[in-house]
Ligand binder design. Structure first.
Ligand SMILES: Nc1ncnc2c1ncn2[C@@H]1O[C@H](COP(=O)(O)OP(=O)(O)OP(=O)(O)O)[C@@H](O)[C@H]1O
Ligand SMILES: O=P(O)(O)OC[C@H]1O[C@H](OP(=O)(O)OP(=O)(O)O)[C@H](O)[C@@H]1O
Length: 214
């Protein structure tokens, strides 16, 4: 049997993936707090525990055959080399534009300044509306930027809205809904077709069972 490698997004997505992975024996058989590569409980299937933003790269280059990653990350830096057959319906949130609740009117001659971890999605979103904006790339805590005058608005993930509320921000536009997806390397899908198709079907069923039980 050929070995298969599944890349998992560390953090929130990993936590939400573990219950359905456990139902089909794909949960880690090792210490995921220390190891970056662990065997799963299924012989021949190993797991990579990596940062969400790195998952598309590992799968695109074939270092992993499959991966689990947020749609936000795929939209920002996904590639045509990835096949995206399954919406796992976990880690659900939305990508939104948000501004200070008490924002003053802006001089229309000045470009809107947008702070975000998602420069590509942000550029496309405003370009589609015919608006050229100045994008400030940040790596976290976007909510701070409008409070200290670094940006007029932010583009960030919103789930319950409590982080926005706590920082006196309001959602002004929803760009898209986000959930986690299973992605597959296109070449691996051809060379390991039988195994990958079987695994895909198992993951599909296990994630659906989880939804029904919830
Ligand atoms: N509040 C949220 N509710 C539900 N899903 C979320 C939420 N925030 C993020 N996500 C989803 O989980 C993914 C990973 O988020 P998480 O916060 O665990 O990692 P991160 O800190 O953003 O990753 P990195 O270390 O690469 O910056 C996001 O890409 C998104 O798809
Ligand atoms: O609408 P809410 O339910 O408040 O969720 C939204 C928050 O969740 C994410 O951050 P996370 O908690 O992952 O922290 P991070 O900034 O370290 O990514 C996101 O960047 C928001 O800050």
């Amino acid at each position: 049997m050929t070995a298969l490698t599944l890349a998992l997004s560390k953090g929130r997505i990993l936590e939400e993936s573990l219950p359905f992975l456990a139902r089909i024996g794909l949960d880690p058989a090792g210490d995921i707090d220390r190891l970056l590569r662990v065997p799963s409980r299924t012989p021949g299937v190993s797991l990579l525990i990596i940062r969400p933003t790195d998952v598309p790269t590992y799968v695109e280059y074939g270092a992993a055959d499959l991966g689990i990653v947020g749609k936000d990350v795929l939209m920002e830096n996904g590639s045509a080399e990835l096949y995206e057959p399954l919406d796992l319906d976990i880690a659900k949130c939305r990508l939104s534009v948000a501004a200070r609740k008490d924002a003053l009117p802006r001089d229309p001659r000045r470009r809107l300044r947008v702070a975000t971890k998602y420069p590509e999605i942000t550029r496309r979103h405003f370009a589609d509306k015919g608006e050229q904006v100045e994008i400030i790339k940040l790596y976290g805590s976007m909510e701070l930027a409008p409070l200290v005058g670094l940006a007029d608005v932010i583009v960030d993930l919103v789930a319950t809205g409590s982080t926005l509320r706590a920082n006196g921000l309001v959602e002004t536009e929803i760009i898209c809904q986000v959930s986690s997806r299973l992605v597959v390397n296109k070449a691996a899908l051809k060379t390991k077709n039988g195994q990958i198709t079987t695994l895909l079907e198992q993951i599909r069923r296990a994630s659906q069972q989880g939804r029904k039980a919830a």
